[in-house]
Structures are given as structure tokens and as C-alpha cells.
Design a protein around this ligand. Sequence first.
Ligand code: MF3
Ligand code: CO
Ligand code: CO
Length: 277
Amino acid sequence: MFVLLNPTIGNINLMAVTIKTAEEIEKMRIAGKLASQVLDMIKPHVVPGVTTNTLNDICHDYIVNELGSIPAPLNYGNPPFPKSICTSLNTQICHGIPSEKKLKKGDTMNIDVTIIKDGYHGDTSRMYHIGDVAAPAARLSHIAQVAMYIGIDMVKPGVRLGDIGHAIQTYAEAQHTSVVREYCGHGIGAVFHEEPQVLHYGKPNTGLVLEPGMTFTIEPMINLGKRETRLLGDKWTVVTKDRSLSAQWEHTILVTETGYEILTLREEEANWKTLLP
Ligand code: MF3
Ligand code: CO
Ligand code: CO
């Protein structure tokens, strides 16, 4: 997710969006697959007592030594992000920085992985439950996941980004949860965060018209309480202003001639369409 810099004005998108070539798309497929493997690899390590620094170090070594890839977050941005993954715990919305804090039973956490392979990015995240979690926390993770899938399943040429944002927002708000506004999905390719901005709220029939060869993320951040955010003093960690729980899932998507391809899909998600309302 990234910060809103250039909101779409009316129905005119003022920014250029890159259309990937067949060769670029093949590299995006490879990068996406590798990023998804990190989320699977780390799963058995996400247990009570482990520190998020340990999870960061395991992911870093795997990305560099097993996948021959670069962890995109490390030193990204200003101030430079100090770690190789983002770990956003409980009331943290996104961009949580791994630390010496130990996970405990009942925590919920998003791990967000972005890798660079052969010059192209794969970006994906999911929620993890540490031991058994309380029902509202489990419900929130589920709502954020379904919200992401609802957005993904709408992708095809001719559909507009406002249609997708509207569908995600309508679902999340019908569940009495809220959609974060200040951070959004993004175009991705040779550049980590490029145009377009993919808002998780919006109005039907507005915004960019999708075309084959576009690649972008859908990564809704959903709060159990109010939608307002607060940026911590580290200039990265984003938390809910009302200290309510937050959840997020993310995939990197390719627009195809007839619909979409989920470039970061994991095997365990094979039956994801059964989760659609
Ligand atoms: N992976 C995040 C996203 O989905 C961005 C993380 S930027 C970082 O866009 F510097 F915090 F790693
Ligand atoms: Co992203
Ligand atoms: Co991400």
C-alpha cells in the first residue's frame, strides 16, 4: 500500500499507466510466484514467543539465498525502511517494522512481502493468527480477505478502478467495518509503486479504465472501528487512530484480454472463489 499523492480528479486520470510487454509479464509471473512462496514458507514460524525480527531474518535469508531475489522494502523510501518485510500487528494497519517484540496467543498480524527478481516486483500479504484469536479478530481478517477477492474478481478490460473501489467499500461497510483511505493499492512492475493508485473505496463508473497488460495490487486495509489512521514517530508504522483492530490482504494482479490473472496466488487459495458472497 502506498500514500495517496495524486488523487484522480473526477473521471480524468492525469497520470500515465504502463502496459507490460509479454516479456515483462513473464518476469512479473516469476516474481509474483516467488513472493507468494515466502508467505507459505514463514507460516510455521508464526507462533507465540517468536519475535518479528526473527521472522524478518528468516524471510530475508530465504529471499536472498533460496530465491536469489532482493527484498524490496529494505532501505526503501525516506526515511529508509530498515527491514526486509513489513509486520503489522493487531492495531497496526500497515508498514509495521519488525522488532524484538514477541508474538503472543490471540495476536493477529499481517506479513507483507515484496521481492525483486530479474528487475520486476511481486507484492503480496496475508493475515496470520497466533494461536486461537477472538471471534471479532478472526471475523475482521476474513472480511478483509473477502473484500480483496471481491475486488480481484471484478478485474477485466473496460472495468474502471472506481467500480472496484466501490465494490470493496460496499462489502466492507455492509459488514460494519471501515475502509482506510490514506493508503491504497498501486501499479507495480520494474517500479515498486507506480501509477495507477488503486483506491479501496470509490464511485462506480469513475477512474481509470482497465486495459490488458496493466499490473497492479489490490490490498484493502479494513478496520474494526473507525477508518482514521495515525502515523507513528518512526515515520512508517500506520495505526488505527481509535486503536481498533485492522486487517489486510494483498495480491498482485495482471489484467488479461478476458479478465485477470492473480500473479501471487498460493496453492492453499485454490478454492478462493468459494469465499465470494
Ligand atoms: N509492500 C507494501 C505495499 O504493499 C509497501 C511497503 S513499503 C516499505 O505497497 F518500505 F514499508 F516496505
Ligand atoms: Co503493495
Ligand atoms: Co505489499
